[in-house]
Design a binder for this molecule. Structure first.
Ligand code: MLT
Length: 312
C-alpha cells in the first residue's frame, strides 16, 4: 500500500509576508481602509500583510511603485477612484493604467463629506456656496494632490458652483485634516472614513454628504441634493491590485481572503461607524474590479476634460 502524505494545509501561496502599498499618508481614509482589511485578510491567509505608505502625486507615485514591483504576489496596491481619474489627469504617468496591473477585487465604496474648519462662517450648503463665490480668492480648499479623491470632489464642487478656488495639496487627507482642525485651511471634501469622528465630535463643520441619501452614522448632515447641488454626487470605490504578471493562484487566493475579510464582523462594524459598507462577494473579485476600473476611466474622462484640470 503506498502511503500518500496529505499536508495539514495546502502548500503554496502565500509563504511569507505580503506588502500592501497605500499611495497616501498614514492616518488618512485610504490608510484606514487598508489597515482594517489587511489585518483581517492576514488571518485568513496565515501570513502578515504589512501596509506601506507611499504618498505623492495624488496616489500615482504609490501606484507606479507597485506597477514596477516583482509580480510574485507579495506586493499589492490598495487604491481608490484616483486610479481611474489619474489615467486622464496625468499625461505622463509612470505606468499604463489598463495594462500594468492584475486585479484582486473591490473593497468598499465610501461617501464624501463637504467639511470646513469649525469656525467657518457659513452655516449650510447654500450659505457655503454664496460665501465661497463672494470670497473665491481667499477661501482655501485642501486636497491630497491631483488625482486624489479629495481633488476630484473639490473639482466637482468648483464645477457645480462655476467658481475656481485656491487649493492646498497634501500627501494625504490625514495631514490635511490636521490643518483643518487647526484652522490653517478653510474647507475640504473628504471621505467619511476620515471625517465622521471629527464631525460627530464637533471639531469640524459638515455641510453635506455626497451620497444619494443621508448616512445612518451622520443623520443630521444633509445630502448635496437637499442643499441644492443634486448633480454633485460621488462615491469613492476602493480596489486591490497586483503588478501585471502576478500569478492567478495569488490574485485568486487574495480575492478569497478579501471576501472573508469583508464579512469579518469587526470590519463590517468599523466600516459602519465610518459611514461605509463592504463590497459584496461578487464585487470583491478580479473581474468586477477590472470592469469597474475600465468603466470609471471612461466615465470621468469627459468630466475632467470639461474642468480642464490636468497634472503636467
Ligand atoms: C484622497 O483624497 O484621495 C484620499 O482621501 C487621501 C488619503 O487617503 O489620505
Amino acid at each position: 500500500i503506498s502511503l500518500i502524505s496529505v499536508s495539514a494545509h495546502a502548500e503554496g501561496y502565500p509563504e511569507r509576508t505580503i506588502t500592501m502599498v497605500v499611495p497616501f499618508s498614514a492616518g488618512g481614509p485610504t490608510d484606514t481602509v487598508a489597515r482594517l482589511v489587511a489585518e483581517s485578510m492576514s488571518k485568513d491567509l496565515g501570513q502578515q500583510i504589512v501596509v506601506e505608505n507611499v504618498g505623492g502625486a495624488g496616489g500615482s507615485l504609490g501606484a507606479g511603485r507597485v506597477a514596477q514591483a516583482e509580480a510574485d504576489g507579495y506586493t499589492v496596491l490598495l487604491h481608490h477612484i484616483g486610479m481611474a481619474t489619474s489615467a486622464t489627469l496625468y499625461r505622463k504617468l509612470a505606468y499604463d493604467t489598463l495594462n500594468a496591473f492584475e486585479y484582486v477585487g473591490l473593497v468598499t465604496d465610501v461617501p464624501m463629506t463637504i467639511v470646513a474648519r469649525k469656525d467657518f462662517e457659513p452655516t449650510d450648503l447654500k450659505g457655503l456656496v454664496d460665501y465661497v463665490k463672494a470670497n473665491k480668492d481667499t477661501v482655501t480648499v485642501a486636497n491630497a494632490g491631483i488625482g486624489a479623491a479629495s481633488h476630484l470632489c473639490g473639482m466637482m464642487f468648483m464645477s457645480a458652483i462655476q467658481t475656481p478656488l485656491v487649493t492646498v495639496p497634501y500627501k494625504g487627507t490625514g495631514p490635511a485634516m490636521t490643518d483643518l482642525l487647526g484652522g490653517q485651511v478653510d474647507i475640504m471634501c473628504d471621505q467619511t472614513t476620515n471625517t465622521t469622528k471629527q464631525i460627530l465630535g464637533g471639531t469640524i463643520k459638515a455641510y453635506a454628504v455626497t451620497s444619494p441619501a443621508r448616512l445612518p452614522v451622520l443623520p443630521d448632515v444633509p445630502t448635496t441634493a437637499e442643499g441644492g447641488l443634486a448633480d454633485f454626487q460621488v462615491g469613492i470605490w476602493h480596489g486591490i491590485y497586483a503588478p501585471k504578471g502576478t500569478p492567478a493562484e495569488a490574485t485568486e487566493r487574495l480575492s478569497k481572503a478579501l471576501q472573508v475579510a469583508l464579512k469579518d464582523p469587526n470590519v463590517v462594524a468599523r466600516f459602519a461607524e465610518l459611514g461605509t459598507v463592504p463590497s459584496s462577494d461578487a464585487d470583491a473579485t478580479p473581474a468586477a474590479l477590472k470592469a469597474k476600473l475600465e468603466s470609471e476611466i471612461a466615465r470621468w474622462k469627459p468630466v475632467i476634460e470639461a474642468a480642464g484640470q490636468y497634472a503636467d
